[in-house]
Design a binder for this molecule. Structure first.
Ligand SMILES: [Zn+2]
Length: 441
């Protein structure tokens, strides 16, 4: 049976209005041909007037917590949060229990993603056994498993040993993999609670100096250059890191970098009041850092936005600052935060949003069926966004099992109206779409 959807009146990339016909999960036509195609006659019609159409978003940095911490998130609840946030693919970090450092565990996560069926879930494999930083995990076994892992990271911890980092970079070269480094020099950040600066001095909290991030990025860029391999830097948070990445790119190093929505919006001033919802690693930095990060995302020095969605159960987060787990929810707010920090100030247009939240993350992660153009013949991974909508963040309403959103009560611009994974609607919020006569969503 043919499954057809005709999306009418939407604006791909926020540009000219063009109807989109989707047949059996593939974009069959875009523009005037869509409505006149004979298959459109039997299609479900979706009124997308006033909406922006983007390729489905891809998150290179998500924590889904399963296996091990199903009280904080599961692959299914995280997938639902992702779909509601406009995502059609997420990469799941391996700091689970057990660690995703074998073919068995990455295949388990991959299958759970398939069962949930809301986004494509791509497990990231650990670089070292147990993420302990002592010896390399079975990278090739994970790469050749059913999960076909291409991204490896010890995220949460830094691969601090330079020799191990070198070996890992050399190893993944053979199958086109990439090491995603959580850049944090451990000796310089022992006991660190927040950004080292004027605010940390005032609050009497141990500081996390910018140089602890910048030094590792510089080292790893040089290593990647030396062995001719590919490096991805997770969650850039300082102006100095932007300088280091820019210099490496200038030199021709194969390095890419990400920034999180929270590092584009929130500063270390949020720590005043000691509300642990603002505790995150790397920490929130200064207004000056934010301005440089935004400019770097606009110019392409920073390649992508990744959420670092980090759900935590209330007993781990709603405690005194020093003992609280670092991390914030991100999947259901990322697009709105990017609109607020990048689109509304005129730093990025919708083409740019598609680039940094879909196309580039898919490319870095080695996906061929995601982050594709909105064009005939391409997989129908699409998100419909209402750019005029504003909404108030209520963590209690999120699909995520955890509630640790730093945007609670804030009004944010732009709302995901519907998400389609290979032509199948996986999320519909804000206002009804999918107007099969009499059947709102
Ligand atoms: Zn990290």
């Amino acid at each position: 049976m043919t499954n057809a959807v005709l999306i009418t009146g939407g604006a791909p990339y926020g540009e000219d209005v063009a109807d989109i016909l989707v047949v059996d999960g593939v974009i069959a036509a875009v523009g005037p041909d869509a409505a006149t195609d004979p298959r459109a006659a039997r299609a479900e019609t979706v009124d997308a007037a006033g909406l922006v159409v983007l390729p489905g978003l891809v998150d290179l940095h998500t924590h889904l917590r399963e296996p091990g911490r199903e009280d904080a998130e599961t692959v299914e609840t995280g997938s639902a949060a992702a779909a509601l946030g406009g995502y059609t693919a997420v990469f799941a970090m391996p700091n689970t229990d057990p660690t995703a450092d074998t073919a068995g565990v990455v295949e388990q996560v991959f299958r759970l993603g398939e069962q949930a069926g809301l986004v494509d879930v791509h497990p990231i494999g650990a670089v070292t056994v147990g993420r302990k930083g002592e010896r390399l995990a079975e990278l090739a076994a994970m790469a050749t498993s059913a999960a076909q892992v291409r991204v490896f990271s010890d995220d949460g911890d830094c691969v601090a040993d330079p020799l191990l980092m070198r070996r890992a970079l050399e190893y993944v070269k053979a199958f086109g993999g990439v090491i995603a480094q959580h850049a944090q020099e451990p000796r310089l950040t022992q006991g660190a609670q927040m950004h080292e600066g004027e605010v940390s001095a005032r609050l009497g909290l141990t500081g996390w100096p910018a140089v602890a991030e910048e030094a590792i990025i510089a080292r790893d860029a040089l290593l990647a250059d030396h062995v001719g391999s590919r490096l991805h830097v997770c969650h850039l948070s300082t102006a100095g890191s932007v300088e280091v990445v820019a210099a490496a790119k200038q030199r021709g190093t194969d390095v890419t970098a990400e920034v999180t929505p929270h590092h584009l919006m929130l500063t270390d001033e949020r720590a005043v009041g000691y509300d642990p919802v603002f505790k995150v690693n790397p920490p929130l930095r200064t207004r000056a850092d934010i301005d440089v990060l935004r400019a770097a995302l606009a110019s392409g020095v920073i390649d992508i936005v990744a959420t670092d969605h980090a759900p935590h159960a209330s007993q781990d987060k709603e405690t005194e600052w020093d003992n609280a787990s670092p991390g914030m929810l991100g999947l259901q707010t990322a697009l709105s935060v990017v609109i607020a920090t990048m689109v509304e100030p005129g730093l990025l247009d919708w083409r740019g949003v598609a680039r940094v939240m879909s196309e580039a993350p898919a490319r870095i992660g080695g996906l061929t069926g995601q982050g594709r153009p909105i064009a005939a013949g391409e997989p129908a991974n699409l998100v419909l966004v209402d750019p005029a909508a504003r909404w108030t963040v209520r963590g209690a309403e999120f699909a995520s099992l955890s509630r640790n959103t730093p945007y609670e009560g804030m009004e944010l611009p732009g709302r995901v109206v519907a998400t389609y994974l290979r032509g199948r609607r996986t999320a519909a919020v804000g206002r009804p779409v999918g107007a099969v006569a009499g059947q709102g969503v």
